[in-house]
Ligand binder design. Structure first.
Ligand SMILES: [Zn+2]
Length: 398
């Protein structure tokens, strides 16, 4: 099975659309101009902060990496690095000077068994194989001119599907679903010791619970994870289990059926309410509409920049100059109340996350703006910490 054949369909689709996006093209041109001037210093930086793992030092890691390179039909010299950290982490960088650099945290190398590590290596190499670095998501979301809210949401959605593709590449290399699930469990829980008996079924149950979740905020799984560049771990395992049951691995589900099922799992993390026609979606939109105006109005009225952001979200011409902000503000509490009655916790969090995205892309979030957002979070029964996380999200792929 060639790596292109197992790539997640939604990753490929969103990737191709994003590559043609005006702002993505612009940032890529800027990066290319910088690279023309010489290497960005990545390799030097790695050599200064990490330890290069030679074949002599880490023969088993190199052997696994070589096997992954063969499975994924890659043709590029690889350099492996380790850096000291108690957090399980690995990352792969855009090639520099014709070489691909992959980094692991020390705890990951020590805490992961061979098959689990092979999944991690395959996952990282998958990002390279699928050219995920061609969408400079970090630059786009955190650069000098942050992406428009629409583009930001598309980038987040793409990024999660890109992780699904990378996971498939990793699973394809490891050829052991149990080891793969264990690796994701270790990444999610931070646990490696043997006294915790990993149970795949229990782990997967978490996904079905998420779909019916109505728990109080602060209970259970870290819900903020649902709204990040990475899919929540049990969802990743679920997506991999579906992959395992497809014709591309050990089962007989067709590729089309697989992609539909994966989309079903992932939809929980998608801002579909912006287009949705259900009553809940409409009330979520009504809330976002009023909330975004109130936040924008919180310091020095609504600026031209804020109107631009708003219209990028809701459509051109949607901001009415004659809009009575005070009248609209007076409806905010009612809108919050209705949304709280109709929308589930994850849905309410989605509105807040989008509110943060809007605030972030119109520039700095001021304190009065932050106060309004905190107030909305309180009334929606969503922890305030969720706002901090959404505003300061780390967006680099790993
Ligand atoms: Zn990744």
């Amino acid at each position: 099975m060639k790596p292109e054949e197992i790539r997640c369909q939604n990753d490929l689709q969103l990737y191709n659309t994003l590559l043609k996006h005006r702002d993505v093209i612009k940032v890529n041109e800027m990066i290319a101009r910088q690279e023309e001037k010489g290497p960005t210093g990545l390799r030097r930086h790695l050599l200064a902060t990490s330890v290069s793992l030679s074949k002599g030092m880490a023969p088993s890691v190199h052997k696994m990496a070589d096997e992954c390179i063969e499975t994924l039909e890659m043709d590029i010299p690889l350099e492996l690095y380790v850096f000291p950290s108690p957090q399980f982490n690995a990352m792969c960088f855009k090639p520099e000077e014709g070489r691909l650099h992959v980094m692991f945290s020390s705890s990951l190398l020590e805490g992961f068994k061979d098959d689990e590590l092979k999944f991690v290596i395959g996952h990282e190499l998958g990002h390279h194989v699928y050219k995920h670095h061609d969408i400079p998501i970090g630059y786009l979301l955190k650069g000098q001119r942050p992406a428009s809210p629409r583009l930001a949401l598309e980038l987040f959605a793409w990024s999660r599907y890109a992780e699904i593709s990378a996971d498939r590449a990793g699973a394809h290399c490891a050829q052991n679903l149990d080891a793969v699930a264990r690796a994701l469990f270790k990444l999610a829980s931070g646990l490696t010791s043997d006294f915790v008996q990993f149970d795949l079924d229990d782990f997967l149950k978490q996904v079905s619970e998420m779909q019916i979740v109505d728990a109080e905020p602060g209970q259970g799984a870290p819900k903020q994870d649902w709204f990040s560049t990475h899919p929540f771990s049990p969802m990743r395992v679920k997506a991999l289990e579906l992959f395992d049951q497809s014709v591309m691995a050990n089962g007989d589900t067709s590729k089309d059926d697989l992609e539909v099922a994966v989309q079903g799992v992932m939809s929980l993390m998608e801002p579909s309410y912006l287009e949705g026609k259900t009553k809940t979606a409409i009330h979520m939109r009504r809330l976002l509409f009023a909330a975004s105006i109130c936040v924008a109005n919180a310091s020095d009225g609504i600026s031209a920049e804020e109107i631009k952001t708003f219209e990028e979200f809701f459509g051109k011409g949607e901001f009415d100059k004659n809009l009575n902000v005070e009248q609209l503000s007076a409806t905010l509490d009612d809108r919050i109340k209705t949304a709280k009655e109709m929308a589930s916790v994850p849905q309410r969090m989605q509105v807040l996350r989008d509110l943060c995205t809007m605030s972030r892309s119109s520039g700095r979030t001021t304190e009065p703006e932050r106060d309004v957002m905190n107030d909305i979070a309180d009334k929606l029964d969503v922890p305030r910490s969720f706002i901090c996380q959404s505003l300061a999200q780390d967006v680099e792929p790993d």
